[in-house]
Ligand binder design. Structure first.
Ligand code: HOZ
Length: 426
């Protein structure tokens, strides 16, 4: 594979940006080697600076559920951009997308658009604190909710320990208000509530973990979180930045039939442009400025071009059968990968919900960060590079989700399988 141009660009970019990138996962530290620089995307494919063509299973880390440069999205962006790119004033485009999201999520009566998932989550935490007048929050080990200070906290070794910052620049007082429990372990949540009676503002959870690889909730986990938070007058926040409109039109909450108090969205609702949002009941959203005392603002919030990309994407997703079709293709890919890897005697567990999945090289089931981090990452790294050489672009980390779009058809899946066969033989 030719990589001359990508390498040249990387040599230049490390002079401009820390690690040569504007978001760390792109630097390929988890798989080593230089990242490829992408130039074009169309449907399920991307092309790099050396004109190598790949089947793309990253899809901008999730937003591109319709594939790259979907014509309805491009047309909508184009017609919006011709009318002006930003006003810093209300527009009809916000109403249109806002209504579509509120119709799709029964737990949301009102919504506030922001410009990224990080912003959505950071604001949702502030809202939970404002509403409950409490400071502490619970997150889960291995759960990633963007890079706001209070969420960049590691669990350490016990479920009931106070957090330690997992980034320099995060203060201990900030970390001390963030308690960490174990994903899929209700007992660890209950103990934190017992030890911090009447102090916990909220529990924030990815209802299907997607940032330690894909880890679905075990039966009863989300129901348990709902019960524990309700009985402690604490709020339940679902971070559906990845899962919203991905695993079902109404997100993971419709799939598992649980109503959180606050929902965070991002990725798909921006159709590939920068958008985030948080929404809740009327009662909770009354806290948000200018209605209430919780301040949060942004010049580019509800940007008309981004709103139009989101609306076009959601409109396309309303087409009947789309999620069944995604499920069918994803199931086919999972089955074929599983058969090939087990035939090669590799220890494999594939976690999949709809069109997002992670291949873990592990003997045991992967249900938490502990089991995810115990998987054999060296096998994944080798596979990542072999697949890249066969023109398949997997997420450059063993702890990320691979995504399918509506454009990943039999043709792409069977090419992926052929590539995997070759990768396993070499
Ligand atoms: N936080 C993203 C992965 N879950 C990576 C974002 C990026 O590098 O674009």
């Amino acid at each position: 594979m030719k990589t001359e141009n990508s390498n040249k660009l990387f040599t230049e970019s490390i002079r401009y940006f820390p690690g040569g990138v504007n978001s760390p996962a792109r630097a390929w530290n988890a798989v080593s080697g230089n990242p490829v620089f992408l130039e074009n995307g169309a449907g399920p494919y991307v092309w790099d600076a050396d004109d190598n063509k790949y089947i793309d299973y990253v899809l901008s880390w999730g937003p591109l559920i319709l594939g790259h440069a979907a014509s309805s999205v491009v047309e909508s962006i184009t017609s919006s951009v011709l009318k002006g790119t930003s006003f810093g004033a209300p527009t009809k485009t916000e109403n249109d997308l806002g209504k579509m999201i509120i119709d799709a999520f029964p737990s949301i009566d009102m919504i506030r658009f922001v410009s990224s998932g990080t912003e959505a989550v950071m604001s949702a935490i502030r809202l939970a604190r404002a509403h409950t007048d409490r400071n502490k929050i619970i997150k889960f080990e291995g759960g990633y909710h963007g890079h706001a200070d209070s969420l960049l906290v590691n669990a350490g070794s016990g479920a009931a320990t106070h957090g330690t910052p997992s980034s320099s620049g995060v203060t201990y007082s900030n970390a001390n208000d963030t308690l960490t429990a174990n994903y899929n372990d209700l007992e660890s949540v209950r103990s934190l509530f017992t030890e911090n009676k009447n102090e916990i503002a909220c529990v924030i959870v990815e209802p299907i973990a997607a940032n330690m690889g894909v880890i679905p909730p075990v039966t009863g986990f989300l129901e348990g979180l709902r019960d524990i938070t309700t009985s402690n007058s604490s709020l339940l926040i679902f971070d559906e930045v990845v899962t919203g409109f991905r695993v079902a039109y109404g997100g993971a909450q419709s799939l598992y039939n649980i109503k959180p108090d606050i929902t965070c969205l991002g990725k798909i609702i921006g159709g590939g442009l920068p958008v985030g949002a948080y929404g809740a009941s009327h009662k909770i959203m009354q806290e948000v400025s200018p209605l209430g005392p919780m301040y949060q603002a942004g010049t580019l919030s509800g940007n008309p071009v981004a709103m139009s990309a989101g609306s076009a994407t959601l409109k396309a997703l309303q087409m009947s059968g789309i999620y069944d079709d995604l499920e069918c293709m994803s199931q086919y890919l999972e089955r074929e990968i599983y058969n090939l890897l087990t035939k090669s005697k590799l220890p494999v567990k594939i976690n999949r919900v709809g069109s997002m999945m992670t291949i873990f090289f592990s003997e045991s089931e992967v249900t938490s960060w502990k089991s995810a981090s115990g998987s054999k990452t060296d096998i994944f790294i080798k596979l990542f590079h072999s697949m890249l050489n066969q023109n398949v672009y997997l997420p450059p980390s063993p702890y990320e989700a691979m995504f399918l779009s509506t454009e990943h058809r039999e043709n792409e899946i069977s090419s992926t399988i052929i590539s995997l066969k070759t990768a396993l033989e070499t």
